[in-house]
Design a protein around this ligand. Sequence first.
Ligand code: HEC
Length: 149
Amino acid sequence: MKRVLKIMLTIVLFIFIAIQFYQPALNVDKGQVYTTDFTQVYKMPIEVKAMLQTSCYDCHSNNTNYVWYDYVQPARTLVENHIKNAKQDLNFNEWGTYSNRKQERLLNSIKEQIETKQMPLSSYTIMHENAKLNDEQIKVLTNWLKEQD
Ligand code: HEC
């Protein structure tokens, strides 16, 4: 029994080490400034800007502030998939390139996602406490979003 356990642990360790070699490209842009960024397109209070950047930009922009465990597989792949899917739907850096229709739809969608607490993803806020939005912050954000309609 002890021997079987040892063999199993060795296999698990081996797999863990093996998957570390797969490191997809990082979502970093080295401080690029975007004139098409959401925060450039609209005038907004500094607190609204800060909340969006803190709670959304790690997934919905071209620049993620990674933390050490993001580099460890299998988290690495999970994080990169989230970012890919998130950016496909909404990239705040590219807001100005979206059609009016798309912007309108997304503004509504953003408001709804925040209001219903579906965004930021809870699997993310577990590890990123500062990205969590409390009820007061949600109110400030959604009120501002409503004014943009
Ligand atoms: C941990 C990554 C992550 C964070 C942080 C995050 N999102 Fe998302 N978001 C996603 C993913 C992934 C999707 C794609 C849909 C899905 O798989 O659920 C998505 C989808 C969306 C959509 C749907 C777009 C559409 O086409 O209607 C909106 C809106 C959205 N997010 C807004 C936000 C806002 C606003 C914040 C910050 C308050 C935020 N997200 C934070 C990962 C994230």
